[in-house]
Ligand binder design. Structure first.
Ligand SMILES: Nc1ncnc2c1ncn2[C@@H]1O[C@H](COP(=O)(O)OP(=O)(O)OP(=O)(O)O)[C@@H](O)[C@H]1O
Length: 586
């Protein structure tokens, strides 16, 4: 019971915001219409039940006129039923897509808000495969919540409507046992209740493990898909390393989990279906067994018996909602758990800096970037880099060096504000535009022109501007293919990608440009040419580079080494003035 109320509280937390959102009137309107149609369908069921009595009585008494009249009534009821059923489904689907659209937008906003998606990876906690949660889980949540919610509503209303009918019929057809009439008020209702309680308890007992099995199934399927995507993304490396055999084995291994768990689901479902099918079959004859003695004793007519059987099956069906919907309920609970895990993980990543000691980001009026008492840690809390008081002037050219793994890139991440682990403060000038260029720049799949100007909106720069930037960085061929669609990270060499990254920097003209080995794949003369180009085109920009080549010294005015001091590296010691090239502005 505690579990059920906890699940319902989570469902409410996930579902309610849509009905309070900017789309609330459409959502509420559609929901009201669907609910109204669901209720109207129950009303038609009640009318059909009463019709059955009249129809079979007309048959029993060979009353032709009433028979014809009842046929026309049935046709009218049937047409109304069809129209309601069609529009209930149509409006339900309409509501589903609007709700899903809102929920997807909401989750994308939360997940991509700040660097939450990145921090979630860093924390490595609960939410595996966010892609699956935003696609399938959201879709299924909306669909199942509506199906189950409306099913439950319909069952409750059906129950109340037919219990009244059944109660009346119980009195008209007293229970006859061993030739004597037993006057038990509403005995048919009690019979249905006992039958349903017995069914529900057994169903839960047999089916309970399905909740967990379904949860695991979705996780294994998503893991398998994720690993297939990894192969696709890294297919060149795999082909070069002849890693196909290893990949196949790894993928089949993952798929093995999918299969093993599926066998678990199959065997559970088999047992559950065996029980629910027997339960439903028995329910067909159960009411006849109860009222047949009264019928054969001529206490009631055929119409009464048929109506009783139909009303009993409606009451029993409503009471057995849990039995019929058990598999969907089990799936739904696992979807709810997955979305809950996702929300928790997003929240925990977004609030990471607020909850744990974290690097503070401050925006100040000055022109410099200051690192104050900064200590950058690994996610597990181990200190990595320290900078007591370090300032990056504007404009200047700083070269950051240090052994591999000393924490240079992580220091850049901390300055960019996406690395929360640590203590101290990073002070950034107000309105300063920072740009980080990594060794492997990211280009969204699509038109080259849009990929270069990313993250600016497509069209933020004119074709001529993008064309000139590509010429400037030495990519004349690409400059002629601006409107070509492609997966640029896959199609271009790393050196070309790095040139494209620099073209992006030229277009965006940041105040602070951080180059994390962003030219490491270029030959030295090309690297030198590009550094000269940056100095020429962005004379006011501060450039901070990470690099291992000594030839980079010439393009920087200051060199900062990360020097090992006990267990951590310290920024700022071992400073060496660098003789700048005459072409590089100081
Ligand atoms: N997300 C992470 N989780 C755990 N450890 C990490 C994570 N990111 C980086 N590290 C560790 O932090 C250390 C510093 O990494 P970083 O990439 O900053 O080094 P670097 O000085 O830039 O190295 P290189 O010169 O080889 O690029 C490494 O030991 C790395 O394993």
């Amino acid at each position: 019971m505690k579990n059920i109320s906890a699940t319902l509280a989570i469902v409410w937390r996930i579902a309610a915001p849509y009905f309070r959102s900017e789309d609330k009137w459409a959502g509420r309107g559609l929901l009201a219409a669907v609910v109204a149609m669901e209720l109207a369908l129950v009303a038609i069921d009640v009318l059909v039940n009463q019709w059955q009595n009249r129809f079979y009585s007309a048959l029993q008494t060979s009353d032709w006129d009433n028979f014809v009249r009842e046929i026309w009534i049935f046709i009218a009821l049937a047409f109304t039923y069809i129209a309601l059923a069609v529009y209930k489904l149509y409006l339900n689907q309409w509501l589903q897509i609007r709700w899903r659209q809102w929920l997807t937008r909401h989750y994308l906003g939360e997940w991509l808000g700040g660097a939450t998606h990145y921090r979630m990876q860093l924390k490595g906690d609960a939410a595996d495969n966010p892609d699956q949660r935003i696609t399938e889980d959201v879709k299924n949540f909306v669909e199942q919540t509506l199906t189950i919610g409306l099913g439950l509503l319909s069952s409750i209303v059906t129950l109340f409507s037919f219990v009244i009918i059944l109660w009346g019929l119980s009195n008209a057809a007293p229970l006859r046992l061993f030739g004597t009439d037993l006057m038990i008020p509403g005995y048919l209702c009690w019979g249905a209740l006992i039958y349903a309680i017995f069914g529900t308890a057994l169903t839960h007992w047999i089916g309970a493990p399905l909740v967990n099995l379904n949860f695991e199934q979705q996780r294994y399927e998503a893991d398998f898909r994720f690993n297939l995507v990894r192969v696709r993304e890294n297919s060149e490396q795999i082909a070069l390393l002849r890693g196909e055999g290893a990949e196949r084995a790894r993928l089949l291994d993952r798929f093995g989990f999918v299969i093993a768990n599926w066998y678990g689901i199959m065997s559970r479902t088999k047992r559950l279906t065996a029980f629910t099918a027997s339960y439903q079959q028995a329910a067909v004859i159960f009411p006849y067994v109860l009222v047949a003695p009264a019928f054969f004793a001529k206490k009631i007519q055929l119409g009464d018996m048929m109506q009783t059987a139909s009303a009993f099956s409606s009451v029993q069906g409503a009471l057995s909602f849990f039995v019929t919907a058990y598999r969907s309920l089990a799936e739904w609970r696992s979807i709810v758990a997955r979305l809950d895990g996702f929300e928790m993980s997003v929240e925990s990543a977004a609030n990471l800096p607020a909850r744990e000691p974290a690097i503070a980001l401050e925006v100040a009026g000055g022109r410099h970037i200051d690192l104050e008492q900064l200590c950058v840690n690994l996610p597990n809390g181990t200190p990595l880099v320290a900078a007591k008081a370090f300032t990056i002037q504007s404009p200047e050219r700083v070269l950051v060096t240090g052994p591999s793994g000393s924490g240079k890139s992580t220091l850049f991440r901390a300055i960019a504000g996406i690395w929360p682990f640590g203590t101290g403060t990073v002070v950034i000038p107000a309105k300063a535009k920072l740009m980080m260029l990594p060794q492997r720049p990211y280009f969204p799949v699509g038109v080259l022109r849009d990929a270069v100007v990313y993250p600016a909106a497509p069209g933020a720069f004119s074709a001529a501007q993008v064309h000139d930037a590509l010429i400037a960085v030495g990519l004349p061929d690409l400059a002629g293919r601006l409107d070509e669609d492609g997966h640029w990270n896959r199609m271009l060499s790393l050196g070309e990608q790095q040139r494209l990254g620099l073209a992006r920097a030229l277009l965006h003209a940041p105040d602070y440009l951080f180059l994390d080995e962003a030219t490491a794949s270029l030959d030295e003369p090309s690297e030198a040419r590009l550094y000269r180009l940056l100095a020429e085109k962005l004379p006011q920009a501060t450039i901070v580079s990470i690099g291992h080549r000594s030839t980079l010294d010439a393009f920087h005015t200051r060199k900062v080494a990360l020097v090992k001091d006990g267990a951590i590296h310290v920024v700022g010691r071992g400073r060496e003035p660098v003789e700048a090239e005459p072409t590089v502005a100081p």
